[in-house]
Structures are given as C-alpha cells and as structure tokens.
Design a protein around this ligand. Structure first.
Ligand code: FAD
Length: 408
C-alpha cells in the first residue's frame, strides 16, 4: 500500500489547481489521480477551444448554489484578480473581450492546461494518469483509496471529480457516488448551459439561422426571466448564448418568447411597416420584412401569421399589428434540454451547507471537495472555471493550514 499525505481525485481545473497551490504552500507529499491519459481534458476544450477562464464582472450574482454568501467568500479569498496574477506569474498572458470574458492571449484553452501542467511538473507532486478511483473510505483516521487492485492510503482526500456534464471527457458523475459513500447528500442534478429542445413546427425553415434577440422565459403564462443574446435555430430546437443562459432556469413545459427586435418598440415598428406597405403595395408579402429581420425569419413570421408568401403587401396591411406581435413575441414550447452530454456544467451537487469554510466535509474530517462536484454552477462566461480554480485554492489553503497547525 502506498502512503501519501494528500490525494486529489480528478486532474481537471480544480484538482490541478489545488495540487499546485498545495505545492506552493510546501505540501509536497501529494498524489493527483486522473482517469484520463492526460490532465485537463475538459479545460482544454472550454470556450470553444479558446478557454474562457474568468470574467471581468466576477461576482456571486452569476452563480447558483445553496449558499451564495459562501461562494462570495471563496471568490473574495481567491478571485479573478488573484487567478490572473497567478497564471501570469506562471508565464501566461490574458486578455478580456468587449463583454468582459477573460481568455488566454493565445486564445487556446489547451495552452492554459499546459501552463498548469508545466508548473506541476517540477513541484514534486506525483501525477498518476490512467488511474480510475473506484471507491474511497476512511478507517482508523486514514483514507483508503481504491483504484483497481491498488490501495492508496492518505491523511487528506480531495474529491475534484467534476460533475456529469460531457461524460466523454471523463466526468460521468461517479464523484457523487464517492461523496454519498461518505454520507453526503447530493442536491437534484440537471444539465445546465445546454441547448434546448423545442417544438419543431413553428421554427421550420430556420435551421442554421442566428439572430440577436431577447429571450423571455414564461412559466404557467407568467414571464419569469429575460436573456439577451444570440439564438441559433437548429434541427432539435435552439442554441446560442441567450439559450445557454436560459437553460440554467428552464423546465420542460416552460414557454419562451423571442423578441427579434428588442431595440425597437411595437409602435415604432407598426409605423415603419405601415409606411412600407403604403410605398410598396404590389410587392410580395415577404418584402415587408426585408432588411428588418433575417429573410428566413421573415418568411417564418408571415407563415405563423397565416399569410401566404404569394400575397401582395397591399392585401396584408390589416395584419401589421399581428406581424409586429409575432416579431416581438414569437412563442415556442420547451420540450427539455439536450442532456448532460451536451451540457457544459451540472446544476446541483454536494450541498455547500455540508462543508466548512475551507470546503472540508462537516461529516468526515479531512475530506474535501472542489470544483463542479459542489452544488455551485455559474452562468456562461468563465464563471465555472473561475469557481473550479477558486475552490481548489481554498481547499489547498485549508489543508496546508491544518497540516501546519498539526505540526506546531
Ligand atoms: C464543452 C465545454 C465547454 C466549457 N467551456 C467553459 C468556459 O469557456 N468557461 C468556463 O468557465 N467553464 C466552461 N466549461 C465548464 C468547466 O469546464 C467546468 O465547470 C470545469 O472544468 C470544472 O472543473 P472541475 O475540476 O470541477 O472538473 P473537471 O475539469 O471536469 O475535471 C474532473 C476530472 O476528474 C476526472 N475524474 C472523474 N472521476 C474520476 C475518478 N473516479 N478517478 C480519477 N479521475 C476522475 C475526470 O477525468 C476529469 O479530468 C465548459 C465545459 C464544457 C463541457
């Protein structure tokens, strides 16, 4: 049986960062266990391969959790500024775009993984790849970590297994089982930052069309949240920025309403269309919306208003109010999400209320959790990686404090 002071399960963003911070604090007897054949597979594909690691607008309002004040304290301890300073000191260069998303200047997510990997390579941390942790328990004050035939014994155990989004990258939700085995409760799990399945008939002909819209979520006919951004129509429903953000809230049976022209009021649009109708009475109906919305969206709107594309503009003047209502409130029923495998994160996880300030279990001493495994998920825009890094840093700090206090 091999013995170490600390074992970290999961060589993703949270696990790698925790290992680095432990090494910085002088805790060298650490083993990092990763089931994949390389570290940070998920980190390397984030942000469409560009690695959106944080956000200029970093604050707890962009997160969901059973304890947002704790999320605030974790971010206060190690937030955006500390992360960028730290990664810059490791040799990276970071830039933010006009919306505040922070990326490596290389615009390559894999280069962030490399910076962490290089830094880890000369700090004494033992890195074991292709090592799947099947189970873990605690006996006589030590953790026994089982991987195949092998048992590893440690004083401290950190679970950074990730959630169950994108299982093809190694995260199939097994971390929740390890947590349950230690007596932890897991909140309801659902995919988040994911595309939505919707009814198909109303969006026929729109596949591939992208539009900057206001998406309003309706539950039992009451508007409950607004999301501004891109919507992309697909053969299963809708994708895009606004949709990803809405997916954190949405439930099957909700309805969404799309405002294709959020910057223009109904009155203004009615006047514009009435004027156009007067100018071009014998043009085909679809020309009424030309240069106002994407032509496929225009045709779709007319179809949903019961207007044939062969009609002439002069014959549809009375329908202008209905057309404007459809432009400003295109309703669609949500049928569900595209599931965990298409999601970027898992909503839910190990309850924060079962962890102390250092993210140590309140049930099992010296057992820690980091990253997505905890019941914290962020909006789209770098919030989830920041959480993984920040929580990894908090865990490392707590472990090193405990080790130092025990040595005194
Ligand atoms: C396609 C995609 C794009 C994303 N883009 C962004 C983005 O741009 N910005 C952002 O902030 N967030 C993004 N995210 C979310 C972000 O990547 C995750 O929230 C973050 O990586 C979570 O970090 P983690 O360390 O908790 O888990 P992970 O990074 O998922 O790492 C967990 C690791 O544990 C390993 N593991 C699991 N179980 C075991 C076991 N039993 N034994 C050994 N190893 C195990 C896994 O193989 C994995 O390597 C994206 C996610 C996806 C899927």
């Amino acid at each position: 049986m091999q013995k170490y002071q600390v074992a970290i399960v999961g060589g993703g963003a949270g696990g790698m960062f925790c290992a680095l911070r432990l090494a910085d604090a002088g805790i060298k007897d650490v083993i990092l266990l990763e089931r994949n054949d390389r570290l940070g597979r998920k980190l390397s594909v984030t942000g469409n391969g560009q690695g959106n690691i944080s956000n200029e607008q970093m604050s707890p309002e962009h997160y969901f959790s059973d304890d947002l004040s704790r999320v605030r304290r974790v971010l206060d301890f190690f937030g955006k500024r500390q992360l960028i300073e730290y990664l810059t000191a490791l040799g990276g260069l970071f830039v933010s775009d006009e919306t505040g998303r922070i990326y490596p200047a290389s615009r390559q997510a894999a280069s962030v993984t490399d910076v962490l990997r290089f830094a880890l390579s000369n700090r004494g941390t033992v890195i074991r790849l292709n090592t799947y942790v099947n189970s873990a328990s605690k006996k006589n004050g030590r953790f026994l970590i089982v991987s195949g035939e092998e048992i590893i014994s440690t004083d401290y155990l950190v679970l950074c297994n990730g959630g169950c989004a994108a299982s093809y990258l190694g995260t199939d939700g097994n971390g929740y089982e390890l947590a349950r085995a230690f007596g932890h409760t897991i909140s309801a799990l659902s995919p988040s930052l994911v595309q939505l399945k919707t009814e198909q008939a109303p969006i026929r002909g729109l596949k591939g069309v992208r539009s900057e819209c206001l998406l309003r979520l309706f539950r039992r006919d009451a508007a409950c949240a607004d999301f501004y951004g891109d919507i992309i129509f697909t053969d299963y429903g809708i994708s895009g920025n606004a949709v990803f953000r809405a997916s954190s809230f949405v439930r099957a049976e909700d309805e969404i309403s799309i405002d294709f022209l959020p910057k223009f009021g109904e009155k203004e649009l009615k006047e514009l269309l009435a004027e156009k109708a007067e100018k071009y009475p014998v043009f085909p109906a679809e020309d009424l919306l030309r240069c106002i919305v994407n032509s496929s969206i225009g045709k779709c709107i007319l179809r949903r208003c019961g207007i044939g594309l062969q009609s002439l503009i002069r014959d549809i003047g009375s329908k202008i109010p209905v057309i404007v209502s459809m432009l400003k409130g295109f309703r669609l029923k949500v049928l569900g999400t595209m599931g965990f495998d298409n999601a970027q994160v898992t909503k839910g996880g190990v309850y924060m209320r079962e962890l102390d300030e250092g993210l140590m279990s309140l049930k099992v001493e010296n057992l820690y959790f980091g990253g997505e495994l905890i019941n914290v998920d962020g909006e789209c825009g770098g919030y989830n990686l920041q959480w993984a890094f920040s929580s990894g840093a908090v865990v490392a700090n707590s472990i090193s404090e405990r080790i130092k206090n025990a040595d005194r």
